[in-house]
Design a protein around this ligand. Structure first.
Ligand SMILES: Cc1cc2nc3c(=O)[nH]c(=O)nc-3n(C[C@H](O)[C@H](O)[C@H](O)COP(=O)(O)OP(=O)(O)OC[C@H]3O[C@@H](n4cnc5c(N)ncnc54)[C@H](O)[C@@H]3O)c2cc1C
Length: 166
């Protein structure tokens, strides 16, 4: 993507990171710097110029044996940044509120309610596919869902007498 430097903030240390160690190593080989025991607290600037970062320390192990991160009070510093990619979990945002569309149906997990074969949602003319319907899934499913949805939309146009361009 042409970035001159990339930093990844992570609130635990390498040993307590649940992700793939091989992927971490691959990222490091490509120049990514991991800032272990750090967590984002906020952003600087209207158009972001930096991330306000809190330093963390590891406390006692939880029930799973993993040490829980704790904030070191007063340890804030600013990490300069041109672009921030927030990768803070797999949960959908509250889309009906975010988009002011209360009629958009969502499941109890916050994913959009849609027919699996067509992607049709509770709102006429609005379709949804991929992770926002399935939850965290795979690229192949997102592609397949997108194709099925495109076919369904085309069929709907055709049945309504709208001539589709090739
Ligand atoms: C770290 C990680 C590793 C993964 N590794 C793999 C892997 O190895 N193999 C694999 O098959 N899958 C992998 N996945 C899963 C895969 O990335 C997803 O299943 C797939 O990208 C889902 O595609 P999607 O089109 O549904 O959603 P996304 O790819 O998330 O696309 C949604 C798009 O909508 C945009 N968007 C969001 N909100 C708005 C808005 N309000 N207005 C306009 N645009 C908006 C987003 O910017 C984004 O571009 C991984 C996922 C993650 C997070």
């Amino acid at each position: 993507q042409g970035a001159t430097s990339v930093k990844c903030l992570y609130r635990r240390d390498r040993a307590n990171m649940p992700g793939s160690q091989r992927e971490v190593q691959n990222a490091e080989e490509e120049g990514v710097v991991f800032e272990w025991l750090t967590a984002p607290k906020g952003f600087k600037g209207d158009s972001v110029t930096g991330v306000i970062v809190e330093r963390m320390r590891l406390g006692l192990p939880d029930a799973t044996g993993r040490q829980s991160p704790e904030v070191i009070e007063g340890s804030d510093y600013v990490e300069d940044a041109d672009i921030v990619i927030k990768a803070l979990g797999f949960e959908p945002e509250d889309l009906p509120t975010l988009w002011d569309q209360p009629e958009l149906g969502v499941t109890r997990w916050g994913t959009v309610k849609a027919e699996f074969t067509t992607g049709a949602t509770d709102m006429p003319g609005v379709y949804a596919v991929g992770d926002i319907v399935r939850g965290a899934s795979l690229v192949v499913w997102a592609i397949r869902d997108g194709r099925d949805c495109a076919t369904a939309i085309l069929e709907q146009f055709n049945s309504a007498g709208v001539v589709a361009a090739e």
